[in-house]
Design a protein around this ligand. Sequence first.
Ligand code: C5P
Length: 262
Amino acid sequence: MMPETTGPGTVGVRIARRGAPILAVALDVPLSEQDLALAETLRGLPVWLKVGLELFTAEGPTLARRLVERRFPLFLDLKFHDIPNTVQGATRSATLLGARMTTLHVCGGEAMCRAAVAGREEGLDLRRKKAFQDRRLPESGPLLMGITVLTSDAGREEDLRAAVVERALTAKSCGLDGVVCSGREAAAVKAACGGDFLCLCPGIRFDGFAGGDDQARICTPTQAVRAGADFLVMGRPVIGTANPAEAAAAALKEMELASRTT
Ligand code: C5P
């Protein structure tokens, strides 16, 4: 276990850096009871749970709150993109909800990204006040991860990489903690922004995946880890199987092996 380090561009936000990257499992299913059962099958594995647009739109913050109450690390992936004042309020709310990580579109602009950082600070200030003290909430605010180019977008690799790096530099200059990119761009992001600037990579597929879904810029867990990813996100390859815990464990094992041999 590596020591806790302060995340880049953050004020008062501490993140636990580990030897191996972290796996976030996307709970992309619509029903809350089903989700809690699914979450419970993953208990005991060192994974974060991602609540995204499908589940949040179905259940609102209720299920996210229940996950935090049950001490699951919550990744709230709502991809904020709005006027600065609204995004500031959204990251303030995500902080009060107890999310460990949340996302916003870098193309929302610099003012919006800076407002997201300010919203987190406001949320932390509010939480320090008695009314919001709750031992179940993580002490830090959520990591703020800027979405660069969605992993479902295809195109010329060099053009996509250049666009991702440009947005990553913007995200860094605004004080975000890292970006969402494919594993194919993670090494370029690290080279441009520094090793401490975090990369979260969706579009992860096990070796042998036959293709045919909406993700375009895919990587195996090994490739993503070797490229420097700090977080991997997996939805369908885990929750779409008969045994999600087994699939998550297989991904974790592959990640661990890749990080030991990288
Ligand atoms: O099922 P799959 O593994 O493709 O799920 C990927 C998850 O990551 C989805 O919940 C999707 O919303 C999310 N995501 C993504 N690309 C981004 C940001 C988030 O695929 N750029």
